[in-house]
Design a protein around this ligand. Structure first.
Ligand SMILES: [Zn+2]
Length: 349
């Protein structure tokens, strides 16, 4: 046995190490240091045979006692450390069921979709049904049936996206008029909301936009019904009684045709610097007219027996006017924070 190490020194050293142990890993290092293959205590036990016989037995007993003490202490301290770690883990993972919840942000309809629902609701109240049709359309339904044959100059009014097979992205919701007449016959009252596509892309035009078509076919439909329906719809949508102005216009599928202006919903014509109407006091909102007999005929309905009117409005423009959205692009760039912040006032980004 080395002379500079005695049993009480080893015991003190062990107790000191044990007192500072904070983790199972540190505890294991202590175990190796004292009772491992090359541990201090193990070395001492191995050197017993070199001791004089008269002290060998008593030293052996002392060393065995120390080994028992070390093993028991390691086991006891290990249990304490494990208990503490378990408690800490339970504490960090505990769930306080009394805490208030974080809440959940509810979703909302896109302003254009909301506008679409609102106008469709109003029209359903006037006895119209909601119809739909394909966005990839045949030339026949998009143009031919609507009194726009291939040679017709009106085709230049609408730059069209064509597919190689001759089909196209519908340029208006009007093909649904034909499909509905063919499917349901007359009398008929429908609105058809949906996406339409044209080769336009600048600050005031998007290659995809939303339109709503309306069609009424019945016997002896007077012009005044169209005017009454439009004013009823727009008054209900904007929540106030507006002034209207009908201007003569041209569409191949209606005769006579006209465009509808409403008084500026922002300034009612009282602000020469109005950002919405640019001081004119009027806003163009819809195109319409009495359905051309050729279109009625294309719907397999007799134009001598039935007539009607049709209109088309831009839903994006309606949404912008109602909700004060200053830039068309905001409707399509997916910036949810703009709409969550209450629309107007935000700059385009
Ligand atoms: Zn104005």
């Amino acid at each position: 046995m080395p002379e500079d190490i005695n049993i009480s020194t080893v015991r003190d050293s062990f107790r000191e190490s044990l007192a500072s142990a904070k983790s199972l890993q540190e505890l294991d290092e202590i175990r190796v240091k004292f009772t491992g293959k090359k541990g201090t205590l193990t070395q001492l036990l191995r050197s017993l045979g070199k001791l004089p016989p008269e002290i060998r037995k008593s030293t052996g007993q002392e060393l065995n006692t120390l080994r028992d003490e070390i093993e028991q202490s390691l086991e006891l301290t290990g249990k304490k450390i494990r208990d503490t770690e378990n408690e800490n883990q339970e504490f960090s993972q505990r769930i306080d069921v009394t805490l208030p919840s974080k809440g959940r942000k509810s979703g909302a309809f896109h302003p254009v979709l909301q506008t679409m629902h609102e106008i469709a609701d109003i029209m359903q109240g006037l006895g119209y049904s909601v119809a739909s049709g394909p966005e990839i359309e045949e030339d026949y339904y998009n143009f031919e049936c609507l009194n726009v044959p291939a040679w017709h100059p009106a085709r230049d009014m609408q730059d069209t996206f064509y597919f190689p097979d001759g089909t196209l992205l519908r340029t208006h919701t009007s093909p649904v008029q034909i499909r509905s007449m063919l499917k349901y016959g007359a009398p008929l009252r429908i609105v058809c909301p949906g996406k339409v596509y044209r080769r336009d892309n600048d600050t005031t035009h998007s290659p995809m936009f939303n339109q709503m078509e309306g069609l009424l076919v019945d016997k002896n439909v007077p012009f005044s019904v169209m005017k009454g329906t439009m004013s009823e719809m727009l008054n209900a949508f904007f929540g106030k009684s507006l002034r209207y102005r009908f201007r003569a216009s041209y569409f191949p599928f209606t005769e006579p045709s006209m465009e509808l202006d409403i008084e500026c919903v922002e300034c009612s014509g009282h602000n020469p610097h109005c950002r919405v109407c640019h001081g004119t006091g009027w806003l163009e909102v819809a195109g319409m007219g009495m359905v051309h007999p050729n279109v009625i005929r294309a719907g397999k309905i007799d134009p001598d027996e039935f007539n009607g009117f049709a209109f088309g409005i831009g839903l994006d423009r309606m949404a912008m006017l109602k909700y004060g959205i200053g830039d068309l692009r905001l409707l399509f760039d997916g910036n949810v924070s703009y709409f969550m912040s209450g629309f107007g006032g935000a700059e385009s980004c």
